[in-house]
Ligand binder design. Structure first.
Ligand code: NOJ
Ligand code: CA
Length: 534
C-alpha cells in the first residue's frame, strides 16, 4: 500500500481532544468557551501534546451540542466570537500547538439557511442540498435506514409530503454530497478556516458522507427487537448502503488538494469497526489518517487487546488515530474496571498507543485518570439519553474539567454549570500537579518519553507473540509492552535493553539491568535498545 504522506508534524505529535463545552468557561455562564480554552492552553503545552482538536464551536441551536451547525463560518455566541477564535489560534501557535478544528459536513442543522430554503421551496436550488424522497407505497419512510440515535433515519416534511434523511437527529438533516453545489460550498468553508490559520480538520462522520444513489434498503443481520438501546439496534443492520460508499473517497481527494498547499491535515472520524473496511477509507491519497475506534469497545483481555490493535497496524501500516476515549464514550477508567484498577489499565494501554504508528489522542480529563462523572437522571441532557429511556447517553464523559480549588473546581464562576461537576478536587489539575506520583505526572512523563523518540518514523510495529497476558511490540529500537494480566509478568530481554518509562512507579521494583523487567498487573513500559549493540 502506498504510504500516507502527511504533514511532517502530524505523526510526530500526541493529540488532545478539547470538548469545548466542558473545558473551561471564560465568561461565567457555566459553559466552556473559546476564551476559557485560550486561558488553559498552557496546560496542553505543559503535558507535551502537539495537536489540539477542538469540538464544534459554530453557530448552532445545540440539538446535538454543536454537531448541528447553523452557520459554518460563524462562532456561536455561547462559545465567543471570531476574534476569540483568532486568539486561540495565536496563543496555540505561540505555544507550539497545532490546531485541528472539527468540521461537520455529513449534516447541517435544520436551522441552517440552506435547509430552511430547501424546506420552504421544493423547486428551489437548495432543495437538492439535502436528501428528499417520496414516502414508500405504504406511506412510511422511503427505506429501512435507522438513525444512530434511535428510530428511523427519515422525517416527514408535512408541507411537501416528502421525507428528508438524517442519520442522526431529525434536527441534523444529511447533506447531499451527490450535488456538486455542496462540494463548492465546503471548499469555500475549508478555505475560510485555513485562511484563519487552522492546521487541520477532524472530519465528523467522515465515513458516511455519500449515500447509495438508489437509497436501497440495508440488509438485516438480525431482527430488530424494538427495545434494546439505539446502538444495538443500529448494529442489527448491515450498513451496506448508508455508510462507507466508495464515492466518499472522491471528497477526501478533493479536500486533500485544498489543504495540501496550507500544510494542513485531514483526520477522519472514520467510524468503521472492521480494520479492512477502515483501510478502504484510507488509501493514502485522501485523508491523512483516520481514527480507529474499536479499542473503545474492547474488553480487558490480552488477546483481545493485541488483536484489536494489531488489526489496525496490519491494515493501515502508515498509521491511524489511536483513541481509548472521547466525548462519545464511557471513559476507559470506567470501562476497564473503575477506580484505581481502571486507571492503571487505561494508562498501561496508553503506553502501547504512544508507540503505535499514527497519532495517539487523549481526551480531556484522560490525563487526570478521570472516571465517568456521576450525572443525576434529572440533569441528563444528551439527546441520546433524552430519546432513549434508561440510557445515560454521553453526559458522564462530558462533565466539566476539574482544574483546582475554588468555585466549580476552577471550571467556571457560574452558580451552576451546564452539566454537574463529576469529580472531586483530588482529581484536579492543581492537586495532581502537586503530587509527583499522580496520574497526571505519569502521563506527562510518558508523553515526554514519546516525544523524545525521534527515530520511530517509518518503522512498522512488529508484534511479539506471547500467551502470558503481555501485549508487546517493537518499533525500531524501542519496545512497548503492557501486562494485561492480573498477576506480575516478566519481560525477558537481553541486557542491551533499558527501561525509559514505566506506568506504575514504585521504588521497590528495581529497573533491572540484566534485561529482565517485571511488569505489574496493568503496567505499561517503554524500553529502548542501546544503540550500536544491535
Ligand atoms: C460524531 C460526534 O463525535 C458526535 O458527538 C456526534 O453526535 C455525531 N458525530 C453526529 O454529528
Ligand atoms: Ca462560557
Amino acid at each position: 500500500m502506498k504510504p500516507v504522506a502527511a504533514p511532517s508534524w502530524l505523526f510526530d505529535s500526541v493529540g488532545y481532544e478539547v470538548y469545548i463545552r466542558s473545558f473551561c468557561d471564560g465568561n461565567g455562564d457555566g459553559i466552556g468557551d473559546l476564551p476559557g480554552l485560550s486561558s488553559r492552553l498552557d496546560h496542553l503545552a505543559r503535558i507535551g501534546v502537539g495537536i489540539v482538536w477542538i469540538t464544534p464551536f459554530y453557530k448552532s441551536p445545540m440539538a446535538d451540542f454543536g454537531y448541528d451547525v447553523a452557520d459554518y463560518r460563524a462562532i456561536d455566541p455561547v462559545f465567543g466570537s471570531l476574534d476569540d477564535f483568532d486568539r486561540v489560534i495565536a496563543r496555540a501557535h505561540d505555544l507550539g500547538l497545532r490546531v485541528v478544528i472539527d468540521i461537520v459536513p455529513n449534516h447541517s442543522s435544520i436551522s441552517h439557511a440552506w435547509f430552511e430554503a430547501a424546506r420552504a421551496d421544493p423547486q428551489g436550488e437548495y432543495r437538492d442540498y439535502y436528501i428528499w424522497r417520496d414516502p414508500s407505497p405504504d406511506g412510511g419512510p422511503p427505506n429501512n435506514w435507522m438513525s444512530h440515535f434511535g428510530g428511523p433515519a427519515w422525517t416527514l416534511d408535512e408541507a411537501s409530503g416528502q421525507y428528508y434523511l438524517h442519520l442522526f437527529l431529525p434536527e441534523q438533516p444529511d447533506l447531499n454530497w451527490r450535488n456538486p453545489a455542496v462540494h463548492r460550498e465546503f471548499e469555500q468553508i475549508l478555505r475560510f478556516w485555513l485562511d484563519r490559520g487552522v492546521d487541520g480538520f477532524r472530519i465528523d462522520v467522515a465515513h458516511a458522507m455519500v449515500k447509495d444513489e438508489q437509497l436501497r434498503d440495508n440488509p438485516m443481520l438480525m431482527p430488530l427487537d424494538g427495545v434494546t438501546d439505539a446502538r444495538y439496534q443500529f448494529a442489527c443492520m448491515d450498513h451496506k448502503y448508508d455508510l462507507t460508499q466508495p464515492e466518499t473517497l472522491d471528497i477526501y481527494r478533493e479536500w486533500r488538494r485544498i489543504v495540501e498547499p496550507y500544510g494542513a491535515a485531514l483526520i477522519g472520524e472514520t467510524y468503521v469497526l472492521d480494520a479492512a473496511d477502515l483501510a478502504k477509507m484510507l488509501p493514502g491519497d485522501g485523508l491523512h489518517t483516520g481514527f480507529w475506534f474499536t479499542p473503545m469497545h474492547m474488553g480487558w483481555e490480552a488477546n483481545t487487546i493485541r488483536r484489536t490493535l494489531k488489526a489496525a497496524t496490519d491494515a493501515v501500516p502508515a498509521g491511524v488515530g489511536w483513541v481509548q476515549s472521547s466525548h462519545d464514550e464511557s471513559r476507559p477508567v470506567a470501562r476497564f474496571g473503575g477506580g484505581d484498577l481502571g486507571r492503571r489499565r487505561s494508562l498501561g494501554l496508553s503506553v502501547l498507543m504512544m508507540g503505535l504508528p499514527g497519532v495517539p489522542f487523549i481526551y480531556e480529563g484522560e490525563e487526570l485518570g478521570l472516571d465517568d462523572g456521576v450525572v443525576p437522571t434529572d440533569r441528563l441532557t444528551d439527546p441520546v439519553a433524552v430519546r432513549n429511556e434508561g440510557s445515560v447517553g454521553r453526559d458522564p464523559c462530558r462533565t466539566p474539567m476539574p482544574w483546582g480549588p475554588g468555585p466549580n473546581l476552577g471550571f467556571s464562576t457560574a452558580a451552576d454549570t451546564w452539566l454537574p461537576l463529576g469529580h472531586d478536587e483530588q482529581w484536579s489539575v492543581a492537586s495532581q500537579s502537586a503530587d509527583p506520583e499522580s496520574h497526571l505526572n505519569r502521563v506527562i512523563a510518558m508523553i515526554k518519553v514519546r516525544n523524545s523518540l525521534t527515530d520511530l518514523a517509518g518503522e512498522r510495529a512488529s508484534w511479539m507473540d506471547r500467551d502470558d497476558g503481555v501485549v508487546a511490540f517493537t518499533r525500531g529500537d524501542n519496545m512497548f509492552a503492557l501486562n494485561a494480566d492480573d498477576t506480575a509478568r516478566v519481560l525477558d530481554c537481553d541486557p542491551t535493553w533499558t527501561c525509559l518509562f514505566r506506568s506504575q512507579p514504585d521504588p521497590s521494583v528495581p529497573t533491572a539491568s540484566d534485561g529482565r523487567f517485571e511488569l505489574r498487573p496493568g503496567e505499561g513500559m517503554i524500553l529502548a535498545r542501546t544503540r550500536g549493540v544491535r
